[in-house]
Write a protein that binds this ligand. Sequence first.
Ligand code: FAD
Length: 507
Amino acid sequence: MATAAKKIKLSSSSSSDENKTSITDFMNEIQKKREDTAESILNFDFNKKRVRIISQEQLVPDYCEGIVYWMSRDSRVQDNWAFLFAQKLALKNEVPLHVCFCLIAKYLDASVRQFHFLIKGLEKVAAECKKLNISFHLLEGSGADALPQWIIDHNIGAVVCDFNPLRTPMGWLEGAKKKFKKDVPLIQVDAHNVVPCWVASDKQEYSARTIRSKINSKLDEYLTEFPPVIKHPYTSKFEPEPIDWDKAIETREADKTVGPVEWASPGYDEAMKTLKSFLDKRLKIFASKRNDPTQDALSNLSPWYHFGQISVQRVALCVQKYKKQYTESVNAYLEEAIVRRELADNFCFYCEHYDSIKGASNWAQKTLDDHRKDKRTHIYTLEQLANAETHDDLWNSAQLQMVKEGKMHGFLRMYWCKKILEWTPSPEDALKYAIYLNDHYSIDGRDPNGYVGCMWSICGIHDQGWAERAVFGKVRYMNYDGCKRKFDVNAFVARYGGKKHKYVAKK
Ligand SMILES: Cc1cc2nc3c(=O)[nH]c(=O)nc-3n(C[C@H](O)[C@H](O)[C@H](O)COP(=O)(O)OP(=O)(O)OC[C@H]3O[C@@H](n4cnc5c(N)ncnc54)[C@H](O)[C@@H]3O)c2cc1C
C-alpha cells in the first residue's frame, strides 16, 4: 500500500501554538457576542416558536426544587436553545439546573467509534457544566426508563428536551410523556435546526426546491445571535453521582473493532478549531472544489453536527461574515448546512418510512419494482462490501476511507451508495446494506442526513426521474467514467489503496 494511504487526510485543525492563540481569540470573540446579546436568558426575548409543549401540564408545580435539561441530540452547553430555555425556567423559578444524559447500552448500528465520540464529548460538557454551577448526571437507560423515577426522587418541576425526528428518540419522548408524573411539564425545543422543524414546514416536502424559500424567508427571524448560558446562581442540594467515563464507553454493546479516529476529537473546543480552520483555509474553495474528493474543501464538521457538539446556527453566523469575500462559497455552504440538512429532518419527521422503500415516491417505487428482476452484472455480500472487495478500485477506496477515517467524502457517498443498488439482489437489500455500513463506520451516521442520503441514492427521494436504464429504472445513475471526468480518480485510489478484486459470484 502506498505510504500516502496511511496518512490521515481529513482536515480538522492545527495544534501549533500560534494557531492556539488565535483559536482562543476566536472563541473569546464569540463569547463576547453572546454577552453583548443579553446578560442572561432571563433578559432575552425567547422565540416561543422554537418550543413545543409535549405534556398536558404547562405550569411548573409549587414543590419544584430543580429543572432538568434532558440532553440527547445536542450535547453542548453554549449556543443551545434547549439548554437556554431550561436555564430560563430555572432562573424564573429560582431553582437549581440539572443536565441529565440518558445513555443506552446499544444504539442502532453504532460501533465503539461513535460511542467514544459521544461519551468523550459529554465528559467535556460535564466539566463545563461544573464551572457554571450546573449539575451533570449520566443516567443508564433511555429517558423513558431512567428519568421518570429520577424526577420524582429529586422533586424536579419541569423537563426540557431537545429534538430528534428519528424513530428511536421519538419513542423515548412518547415513553417519557406516558411515564412522567402528570404535574411535571415536558417541553421540547428544536436546538438542532436554525428554523425549527415544525416551523419550517407542516408537511413532508417534495424537494429542496419546495422547502428552500420556506426556510430562507424565515432566516431573518431565526438566524440570530445567542445569549450566554451563565453561571447558575442556585446550587443543587445533592451531588451528582461520580462518572467513570472510560467504563461508560467500555460497557456499551457495540463493535469494538471499529474504534476512534485520529483526525476528529470530540467536544465543542475541537469543533470550534475545525470551524476556524474551515473559515481560514477551506471556505474560499468550497464552491469550486467541494465535489472533488482529492481536495480539502469541505468543512468536515458533520461529526460534531451529528452529536450536537457545535451548533449549525453558530457556524452559519460565522460563515455568513464572509459573504462579500466568498459569495458563492458562502451561499453554497448555507444551502448544504441549512436547506439540505433541514430538508433531511423534515423528511424523517413527516415520513414514518424514512429508511424503507415504502418512503419513496410512487414513481420511484414503481420503477424500482419494474426493474427488480433485471440482471445484475455483479452481486456482492454485505461482508464483501464491508471489506472493500469489489471489482471497483474507486468504490473500494471510498469504503476504506469510511472504515479508516469514519467519514467518506460527500461526493463519493453518492457514488458509493448507488453502486450498492447496482450490486445487490434487490433495492431492499441495497438500502439495508447501505444504511448498515454508513451507520456502523461513519462518525456522523445514524443521522437524518444519512437516511436521506441513502434514500436519495437508492430510491430517488428529493430527486426527479431520469432516463430509464437497467436496475435503476428512472432513479439517477452514476458511473466510474463520470467520476473520472470530475476528479483525479487515480490520485484518490492511490491515497486509500483500494484494489480491483477479481469478481467471483458467490452462490
Ligand atoms: C449515501 C449518503 C449517506 C450520507 N450519510 C450521511 C450521514 O450519515 N451523516 C451526515 O451528516 N450526512 C450524510 N450524508 C450527507 C453528506 O454527504 C454529508 O453531510 C457530508 O458529506 C458531511 O461532510 P461535511 O460536514 O464535510 O460536509 P460539508 O460539505 O462541509 O457540508 C456542511 C454540512 O451541510 C450538511 N450537508 C452537506 N451535504 C448534505 C446533503 N447532501 N444532505 C443533507 N445535508 C448535507 C451537513 O450537515 C454537513 O455537515 C450522506 C449522503 C449520502 C449521499
